[in-house]
Write a protein that binds this ligand. Sequence first.
Ligand code: SF4
Length: 300
Amino acid sequence: MNQVVGNLTEPVFRPPSEWNSLLIAITNGCTHRCTFCSMYRTKKFSIREDVEEIKREIDQAQLLYGGRVRKLFFEDGNAFTVKPELLAEVTEYARSVHPNLNKVSAYAHAKDIVKKSDEELALLAKAGFTMVYVGVESGDDDVLKAVRKGTCQEEFVEAAHKCHRAGIAWSGIFLLGLAGNDSEKSQKHALESAKLINLMAPADPIEWYVSPLTLEIAPGSDMWNQEQNGEFESGSFTQILKELYTMIEHTDDKLKHCVFNTNHVSNYLSLKGELGRDKQSFLKTIEAALNDPRSRQYDY
Ligand code: SF4
């Protein structure tokens, strides 16, 4: 269960792995309107600039939870629109108030990571900011354009390497099914995503994360309307698993320290391990699921 201090505006979202984190708002809403996403549609984007107020909330969490705060996640979307000095100041303050804090993270958009200099990212890392969750969705620029992601493969590569260099862990979230039910487009989405994963690999032996989710079209998103109008059709179970297979198959066998998992509830199959090391076992599991659809873990 999350640790909260009553400072959040609903609806609130966070990555599954932040289920037990202290949630502190630093932005409200999101800067983008990707077609498949309905997460922050009811919120007008803004940045919280009152550092003292945020610090008071961090203090309040100390009174409520004492030494039990081990992880902090900054809400809402795209915390990297916040000035790096401000984000660093709040992070450093949280570290001083919560001595057992060992992870500080947020969602970030690739464009806003790229805009930051290496020095600014190093400042954040030095302050104790440890991980960014980046909605990559696809390595295919055509898909990224179609869903209005507002960035491209090249920018993801640059953003990932900037984070690797700064010592901020990179967690990239991909979205299976985003190319719709056209098998050719679906395979291109998978191949370009594999290419992007290979290009994002850090030169140094540091842990980084890749997590594919499966598209769930939510009411309130533009894609919901596109689906209602017949402009978008979702891929089948088989097609989604073939996408996952192709994506993994075309990743470099030599990838290291890339923690890979598909254990999000939206996925048909739960895989967990390391790309490179566990590649062949992942492929075997997908093959078995393709041959036996009853092995799916979840159906829409
Ligand atoms: S997918 Fe991410 S960047 Fe796009 S609108 Fe949703 S929260 Fe914002």
